[in-house]
Design a protein around this ligand. Structure first.
Ligand code: 0A1
Ligand code: ZN
Length: 846
């Protein structure tokens, strides 16, 4: 059954539910097409509420019976839920429903994946399991009995007792229904344990499909590292006797923080050197940490309503970034985060999907698990920490945990602890939560009478979500260098609060060189005519040193695209010196060889009033790589040879940094030797990082066919590796071939389009191939639209997320715009289109 006409929900309309839930007892009798769920729930009137309507959410449920205090009742049932007359004193509600997990392809609620049962309840999946007030401010303890012929039967909390074909779990921590989880199947456990700082022993287990046992050790270590880190840095210990993680093949997102029973997309937890790249390992470590950290920021303190999503997500992303910085290299992590922010959040904030970090309305909450809520939400917390300082941040967090443990909170609660801990008024700072759009910060400089003055002008472009943006509090970290590159003023944080504001620095006998927005101290577009060549050579701030190289590359590429200029020699020579400097971390040097993303170039052209031509952008980037290869011609063989790891494989920062520089050198070498070194590397590779990089280079050199066939033979039984095989062929295709390559892959026997990982590997890779997706004949647009239309009835959530490929459509020329508009309209006019996809297409098209 399809959704009713879309309804918009507003933050301003929040009212508490009329009843408290004191305890929940659930019994599951599992069967693929006819699972029975019996619920016994103790309700009592909520003294803080005025509306006592007893409405329970419920979707796709067959109600077989309901009772209040043991008496049969006949509730009024609609497609969204039920209402019933209830007593005005505490009462016990019982219901019995039947559901069909085998038919649940949307992967929300209780569904099946590879023969196992699993759940996904965030945001509103619990209502597909039983009738319930499915909203995050309704919290309760849960006791769950599972009956089913499966060796492993799991739910939240601690195991109470179990026997053959059944298990009973109790979660003593009150939680909202979105954190409920159940897993049943024939799984094997990788076990370990952790002793908390309070001296409690926690049994840890990672449950996987038989055959995947060898891919668990890294995830388990990451979990133990996360547990120790949260104790050491935030003073937060784990609070149950067990912590279970389950890997599932079919999952819409990365992972889910269900209390005591995290469920992970297999790609976000399973790892081995042979099958996973260094990047996979780093991502897995971060996601394990993220989900674990939610135990305090999300579970113990949750959100009052879904508008407050950033309360848990922004903070938890901020915490997992801190963790990765501590485990690995802080500057490499920061640069990676900013690359990601610009690639994913900036386009969102600068286009039709722009929304505040705390949105004020939505139709489908699943569409708001966005880079803005997550990544910009984390940036906002980073700015807050920069403004108040590390000590005050710590005090505020301690106060937050003390004051709000066990509660469902708002951004107002969050900001209040900072105000109380610091005495600061955060009224203006709060605009970061309420305003959409990426601020532009334009800087001019003057130098007179030994005084150097910087003038900042901030301007946030208006958007549908925020038509009249007001000035923000922008922490701008600034340092000054002298002409010889020596730092003459250490980093200072300037607080820009006005539309235009100047800061003077006296006592400089010569005009200094400014390094502005060090460590990317605010998520803004900086417009400043800096001395990038000097900063690239000398900046003491590793982020801004990298950023200067990036700025030179951007300027040079834009000049090539718009004027046909040759690559900038200052840039090439500056990068060459960095690459030759063996005192610099290899991972950092590898980042220095990176170029701005092609969509980022398109955005920069659009900002200047030019119309981006995707093929011209592609060609310019290729030309720049060739120029880098020529400039570094004599260095590359040595650079490559010196960055081969001979020790046995470890996914740590040091080894992966070495490999990333070796592989960055390889991609330039391939332009000089036509893939000979890549072939040698492919033949000798003993880990996926080396094998996949070699394969990519062979495809790029036009000689990938044999290696692709070999790779397929070797890995055909490993679904996660085969996702890489699908994705790489699309992402490395020549622009004109990308859509055809993707189309051919959709006919491959292993193209299981109902599996979100495989769908994304193939069609998602096309959407991310800038010049391929935007091929002039519209073939990329048409293919993606065909598949989104096909996927929508099966999996609305993944379909809706992938619609964002079209969000930048107004940046391009008239012909491309009309081709994209045609596809958007074709999707929009599909009969019975889901609420998820309808909302996305409507917002993008308008
Ligand atoms: N809360 C999870 C991510 C997540 C969000 C939504 C989902 O379904 C709509 C599933 C998972 C996290 O932040 O990791
Ligand atoms: Zn999260």
């Amino acid at each position: 059954m399809r959704d009713a006409a879309p309804q918009t929900i507003y933050l301003a309309d929040y009212t508490p539910f009329g009843f408290d839930v004191d305890e929940v007892h659930l019994t599951f009798d599992l069967a693929p097409s006819a699972t029975h769920v019996r619920a016994r729930i103790r309700f009592s009137p909520n003294p803080d509420a005025t509306d006592r309507t007893f409405f329970l959410h419920g979707e796709n449920l067959t109600l077989l019976g309901a009772k209040i205090d043991g008496e049969t009742v006949k509730p009024k049932v609609t497609p969204e839920g039920l209402t019933c007359d209830v007593p005005s004193i505490p009462f016990t509600w019982e219901s019995h429903v039947q559901i069909d997990p085998a038919a649940n392809t949307a992967l929300e609620g209780l569904y099946q994946s590879g023969g196992m049962y699993c759940t996904q309840c965030e945001a509103e999946g619990f209502r597909k399991i039983t009738y319930y007030p499915d909203r995050p401010d309704v919290m309760s303890t849960f006791t769950v009995r599972i009956n089913g012929p499966h060796p492993v039967l799991l739910s939240n909390g601690n195991l109470v007792s179990s026997g053959d074909g059944w298990a009973e779990w109790h979660d003593p921590w009150r939680k909202p229904a979105y954190l409920f989880a159940l897993v049943a199947g024939d799984l094997v456990a990788h076990r370990d344990s952790f002793t908390t700082m309070e001296g409690r022993t926690v049994d840890l287990a990672l449950y996987v499909r038989p055959g995947d046992e060898g891919k668990c050790a890294f995830g388990m270590q990451a979990l133990k590292d996360s547990m120790a880190w949260d104790e050491n840095v935030y003073g937060r210990a784990y609070d149950l006797d067990v912590f279970n993680i389950v890997a599932v093949d079919d999952f819409n997102m990365g992972a889910m923080e269900n209390k005591g029973l995290n469920i992970f997309n297999a790609s976000a937890v399973l790892a081995s050197p042979e099958t996973s790249t260094d990047m996979n390992f780093e991502r897995i470590e971060a996601i394990i940490a993220h989900e674990y950290f939610h135990n305090w920021t999300g579970n113990r303190i949750t959100c009052r309503d879904w508008f407050q999503l950033c309360l848990k997500e922004g903070l938890t992303v901020f915490r997992d970034s801190q963790f990765t910085s501590d485990m690995r290299s802080a500057s490499v992590k920061r640069i990676g985060d900013v690359i990601d922010l610009r690639a994913r959040q900036f386009p969102e904030d600068q286009g039709p999907l722009a929304h505040p970090v705390r949105p004020e309305s939505f139709q489908e909450i699943n569409n708001f698990y966005t880079a803005t809520v997550y990544e910009k939400g984390a940036e906002v917390i980073g700015m807050l920490r920069t403004l108040v300082g590390a000590d005050a941040y710590k005090r505020a967090l301690d106060m937050y945990f003390d004051r709000h443990d066990g509660q469902a909170c708002t951004i107002e609660d969050w900001l209040q602890v900072f105000e109380d801990a610091t005495g600061r008024d955060l009224g203006q700072f709060k605009r970061w939560y309420n305003q959409a759009g990426t601020p532009h910060l334009t800087v001019t400089e003057t130098y007179k009478n030994a005084t150097y003055t910087l003038t900042f002008t901030q301007n946030t472009p208006p958007s549908a979500a925020t038509p009249d943006p007001q000035p923000l509090v922008i922490p701008v970290a600034v340092g000054l260098l002298d002409a010889s590159g020596v730092e003459v003023m250490e980093t200072q944080v300037l607080e820009v609060t006005d539309a235009t504001q100047s800061f003077a620095f006296a006592g400089h006998s010569a005009k200094p060189t400014a390094s502005i927005l060090r460590n990317f101290s605010a998520p803004v577009v900086l417009e400043f005519d800096a001395d990038h060549a000097a900063l690239l050579a000398h900046d003491t701030d590793p982020f801004n040193r990298w950023e200067s190289g990036r700025a030179l590359a951007l300027a040079s590429l834009l000049a090539t695209i718009t004027k046909g200029s040759a690559p900038d020699n200052d840039y090439l020579q500056g990068i060459a010196s960095i690459l030759r400097d063996d005192s610099l971390d290899p991972a950092y040097r590898a980042l220095m060889l990176g170029l701005p993303g092609q969509p980022e170039l398109a955005a920069a052209l659009h900002r200047r009033g030019d119309t981006p031509d995707p093929q011209a952008i592609f060609d310019a980037v290729r030309g720049m790589k060739e120029a880098l290869a020529q400039t570094l011609k004599d260095d590359l063989p040595r650079l490559y040879a010196r960055h081969q790891v001979t020790a046995s494989y470890a996914p740590d920062a040091e080894q992966s940094g070495t490999r990333s520089l070796g592989n960055a050198a390889l991609s330039l070498l391939t332009l000089l030797d036509n893939g000979d070194t890549a072939q040698t590397q492919y033949d000798a590779a003993t880990n996926m990082t080396q094998q996949l990089a070699a394969l990519a280079n062979l495809i790029r050199a036009g000689r990938g066919d044999a290696a692709l066939a070999d790779f397929e033979t070797q890995w055909q039984d490993d679904r996660l590796v085969m996702d890489k095989w699908f994705a790489l062929q699309v992402s490395e295709a020549k622009p004109d071939d990308a859509a055809d390559t993707a189309k051919a892959l959709t006919r491959h026997r292993d193209f299981n389009w109902k599996n979100p990982n495989r769908f994304r590997a193939t069609l998602g890779a096309l959407a991310m191939h800038h010049a391929g997706f935007h091929a002039a004949d519209g073939s990329g647009y048409a293919l993606l639209a065909d598949w989104l239309i096909k996927l929508d009835p099966v999996n609305p959530q993944t379909t809706a997320r992938m619609c964002s490929a079209f969000q930048t459509w107004r940046r391009y020329d008239q012909i491309r715009q009309s081709l994209m508009a045609k596809e958007l309209d074709r999707i929009a006019s599909t009969p019975d289109l889901s609420r998820d996809t309808t909302e996305m297409i409507t917002r993008i098209r308008n």
